[in-house]
Write a new protein. Structure first.
Length: 286
């Protein structure tokens, strides 16, 4: 197995930066990993990526240095185990609401005696029945990174109890869902979000755990690091492609080129129809 680069950096007291890849071309994962990012956030909660496709993406990333931080959907414990078997270095578990749920995540992510993860060893993690199993089981338990996401006010009330669960490594605040569930959709400079950051930081510090969240700018990142955050997530491939294409349009429009931008037109129509005020920050991960 390949030990977690992110967890090693966190243990050394260094910040780790991961980026999100939504596109399912293995070249994207290969390129990102070769460029040396600490980790790639592989999101299977909000996307239809199959386990088979996920395993191909992980295989492409192994040519470089990046961890795969895989996020299954809430309650997908068996899928979580398959993602680890395929070679993910970390699991990001969404919508964790209690210490009991966090303990269930650990139970499925760790081999006995820490948990009850099933043993196979025939996939990319062991890899392919190539490792002596007793030391492999021990190494997997020690180096697998477990991140639990706090995405509601109820979860924040349980943050310290969740952080104190043995096996949980990182508390991660999810500001997108938190803002929507709190009735302040995508207002990331709202006092509710600022308070949530402080509460997450305090819970992690009290339990001796790491914490982090998504970040949009270097300035925002520095503010988070000043609060003690060391697990930082920035950027997404789909946004980078979109911004790159928009940049081409901006440069070439003065030359007389025109574009039928369906996205802009539909966004304007949506705003007119629902009269929704524009959020002060449109993306926590831009």
């Amino acid at each position: 197995m390949r030990f977690s680069r992110v967890k090693a950096k966190l243990r050394r007291g260094e910040p780790a930066l991961i980026t999100c890849c939504h596109l399912i071309d293995p070249c994207v994962y290969e390129l990102t990993s070769l460029l040396g990012f600490d980790g790639i956030w592989l999101d299977l909660e909000h996307h239809s990526t199959s386990d088979e496709t996920a395993s191909h993406l992980m295989r492409a990333a192994r040519v470089g240095v990046s961890d795969i931080i895989a996020r299954p959907a809430k309650g997908e414990y068996m899928r979580m185990a398959r993602l680890l078997e395929a070679g993910a270095q970390g699991i990001m578990y969404p919508r964790c609401e209690s210490a009991e749920e966090a303990a269930e995540v650990v139970r499925w992510a760790k081999f006995a005696p820490q948990g009850e993860r099933g043993v196979d060893g025939a996939n990319g993690d062991a890899p392919y029945c190539g490792m002596p199993m007793p030391p492999y089981l021990q190494a997997a338990n020690e180096h697998t990174l477990i991140i639990v996401q706090l995405e509601s006010l109820q979860a924040l009330d349980q943050a310290e109890a969740i952080a104190r669960v043995p096996g949980v490594d990182v508390l991660m605040l999810g500001p997108g869902d938190l803002s929507v569930l709190s009735g302040i959709p995508y207002q990331f400079d709202h006092p509710i979000i600022s308070d949530a950051l402080r509460r997450t930081a305090a819970a992690a510090k009290s339990a001796g755990k790491w914490w982090g969240t998504v970040t949009g700018t270097p300035e925002h990142t520095q503010m988070l690091m000043d609060l003690g955050a060391t697990f930082l997530c920035h950027g997404a491939d789909i946004l980078m492609v979109k911004k790159g294409l928009e940049h081409i349009q901006e440069r070439y429009a003065p030359l007389g080129f025109t574009f039928e931008n369906r996205i802009a037109a539909e966004a304007a129509e949506l705003a007119r129809t629902f009269s929704t005020p524009t959020p002060r920050n449109t993306s926590p991960n831009s």
